[in-house]
Design a protein around this ligand. Structure first.
Ligand code: ADP
Ligand code: UDP
Length: 265
């Protein structure tokens, strides 16, 4: 669970990493990073990209609520609070990231349909857990258990721990989102180690990284798509859909912690 945080001002340090969707900064507190969510949206490993004003703030707010939900259910996450400046900043615990994309699939969609003869939307019980190497230059290749063992990224025991946490997060989120009429089709998770060797769920939990279908819409209607597939499929209305997701998640009643203001060093 989150330990209580100091809500006084946090000073912003140097930019440590700029990725496709977020910027990660050091802060005056070595135990904390500040993360800024960008309005940039990309597809096909960055080949296509555009700016969608408001997207970053929505992903930040959605992620903050979902991390809070998971923390309250007993799962360790990197989330430490929202930052006062705008709506697009959060404070996280610095982690040594594991270069894996952990994908949980509750229904068949996306790359699974291109790789296996399955019907779109087919239920997967238990959910399918797929691992990919997080490496844009190689196109995030799929990892079998044997390939993972060759890479020496995590031990067999760590793999078991990570898979259990990923399944727990997926199951908790799936049930919660169901309560607000959204079907969590699949999601990508990232994990990292803190300085004491504890595993935490990290990165973001937003419609950029999962598929969410509106249960109130027909299964063949594009209007049921509330996630980044709106951009991938050129459907438009992405920010409108993310606003809807945020509003419904607010209905779950999880209130993220807040930091005060932020000062530039
Ligand atoms: P990418 O680097 O894949 O383009 P982003 O734009 O989302 O992705 O950049 C955020 C980066 O920060 C990612 O590389 C992610 O693995 C990393 N990250 C997420 N959470 C943490 C954390 N708590 N500590 C350190 N790095 C993190
Ligand atoms: N995903 C992600 N980052 C990636 C690849 C996938 O966040 O680099 C998410 C994606 O949004 C979806 C899930 O992981 O929710 C499964 O993605 P899939 O393997 O189907 O790939 P896609 O067809 O989305 O490229």
């Amino acid at each position: 669970m989150c330990s209580p945080i100091d809500v006084s001002a946090l000073s912003l340090g140097p930019l440590l990493h700029e990725g496709k969707a977020k910027k990660v900064y050091a802060t005056g507190d070595p135990q904390l990073y500040a993360v800024e969510f960008k309005d940039t949206i990309t597809a096909s490993n960055g080949q296509f990209q555009t700016q969608l004003p408001g997207k970053g703030a929505l992903n930040c707010q959605i992620s903050a609520q979902l991390f809070t939900l998971l923390e309250q259910s007993g799962l360790s996450t990197h989330f430490r609070g929202l930052l006062g400046k705008g709506n697009r900043w959060m404070v996280v615990k610095p982690l040594r990231m594991i270069p894996l994309e952990v994908v949980l699939r509750n229904r068949a969609a996306g790359s699974l349909l291109r790789q296996l003869p399955m019907a779109a939307g087919q239920q997967l019980k238990p959910p399918l857990l797929d691992l990919y190497l997080k490496d844009d230059t190689m196109g995030d290749p799929f990892l079998s258990q044997a390939r993972l063992a060759i890479l020496n990224i995590i031990t067999a025991d760590e793999h078991i721990q990570l898979a259990a946490m990923a399944r727990e997060a997926n199951s908790t989120l799936h049930q919660a989102l169901n309560r607000v009429d959204m079907d969590l089709v699949d999601l990508k998770l990232e994990f990292g180690w803190d300085s004491s060797g504890k595993l935490h769920l990290a990165d973001e939990l937003s419609p950029d990284n999962c598929r969410l279908w509106d249960q109130g819409q027909n299964s063949d209607s594009p209007e049921r798509i509330l996630d980044k597939d709106r951009f991938r499929q050129g459907l438009g209305g992405l920010v409108h859909a993310y606003k809807e997701v945020n509003q419904r998640i607010q209905g779950l009643g999880f209130q993220p912690q807040h930091y005060g203001s932020m000062v530039t060093l």
